[in-house]
Ligand binder design. Structure first.
Ligand code: PGA
Length: 249
C-alpha cells in the first residue's frame, strides 16, 4: 500500500471554503500521487467536498461518527450516511474528542465497529500525554488503548482499519516526535497488530500525527511502520499539502 496522507481540517473550512479549496486542490494536484490523499472535513462541509471530489483520486471522510445507526441521538451522524455521501474514512477517538467530549476507548470501540459495519474505514487515533511518556509508559499506554478499542474488531482486507499514533504532546504544539520515536511506537503497534491479526496485520496502515509538515514528513514516513501521516495545521494551506505530497514523491 502507498502511504496515506490524511488531512484533518478540524473545526476549519465551512462549506463554501471547503468547496473552493477542493476545486483548487484538483486543479493543482500532480497527476502521479506518491501517497493516497484523503480529506477529513467538518461533517457540515462533506456535501460540498463530495460534490467536487467524488470520483476523483482524492478520498474524503469525517472527523467523528456515531456509534449508533439511527434513533433518538441528537446531534449524531450515522456512518451509513457518510457512506451515502461517498466518504471512505471516519476518524475515531481523536485526542480532542477524548479531551473535550469525554470519549473513551470503549466508545471508540463501538464507533470502530459501527464504521466498519457501514463499509467505511475507521482511522482510530491513539497516543499518550507527555507525563505518560516521561514516566516511560508511552508504549504500554498506547497498546493498552488499542486492546480496548479493537476488542472484537476484525480485519480482513486493505483499509479495513487504519491506526493513527498521535502523541498528544506533539499535536498543534510544533513539537514533532522524532523519526525514532515514531518508528519505535510504530513497531510496538505493529507487534500488537501482528499478535492480534497475524498476516492480516499487513492490511493495516499505521500513521503518525503531530506537527507533521512539508519539511519533516519525508523523514518520518521513511521509517518502518510509519505508513503515512494524519496532519492538522499543515493541512489547511494548499501549498503545504502540495509540499507534503512533493516531499513523499
Ligand atoms: P497537528 O494536528 O498536525 O496540527 O499537530 C494533528 C492532529 O491532531 O491530527
Amino acid at each position: 500500500m502507498k502511504p496515506l496522507l490524511a488531512l484533518n481540517w478540524k473545526l476549519q473550512k465551512g462549506p463554501a471554503e471547503a468547496l473552493s479549496w477542493s476545486k483548487s486542490l484538483l486543479e493543482k494536484l500532480p497527476s502521479n500521487l506518491a501517497a493516497d490523499l484523503a480529506i477529513m472535513s467538518p461533517t457540515i462541509s462533506l456535501s460540498a467536498v463530495s460534490g467536487v471530489l467524488l470520483g476523483s483520486k482524492v478520498a474524503f471522510g469525517a472527523q467523528d461518527v456515531s456509534a449508533q445507526g439511527k434513533g433518538a441521538f441528537t446531534g449524531e451522524t450515522a456512518a451509513a450516511w457518510l457512506l451515502e455521501l461517498g466518504c471512505k474514512f471516519a476518524v475515531i477517538g481523536h485526542s480532542e474528542r477524548r479531551e473535550y467530549h469525554g470519549e473513551t476507548d470503549f466508545i471508540a470501540n463501538a464507533k470502530v465497529k459501527a464504521t466498519q459495519a457501514a463499509g467505511l474505514t475507521p482511522i482510530l487515533c491513539v497516543g499518550e500525554k507527555l507525563e505518560v511518556r516521561e514516566a516511560g509508559n508511552a508504549e504500554s499506554f498506547t497498546v493498552g488503548q488499542l486492546e480496548v478499542a479493537l476488542n472484537g474488531v476484525e480485519v480482513n482486507a486493505d483499509d479495513s482499519l487504519v491506526i493513527a499514533y498521535e502523541p498528544i504532546w506533539a499535536i498543534g504544539t510544533g513539537k514533532t516526535a522524532t523519526p525514532d520515536d515514531a518508528e519505535n511506537m510504530g513497531n510496538a503497534i505493529r507487534a500488537f497488530l501482528d499478535g492480534k491479526y497475524g498476516a492480516a496485520s499487513a492490511h493495516i496502515r499505521i500513521l503518525y500525527g503531530g506537527s507533521v509538515k512539508p519539511d519533516n514528513i519525508k523523514a518520518l514516513c521513511a521509517r518502518s511502520n510509519v505508513d503515512g501521516a494524519l496532519v492538522g495545521g499543515a493541512s489547511l494551506e494548499l501549498d503545504s499539502v502540495l509540499g507534503m505530497l512533493n516531499a513523499l514523491a
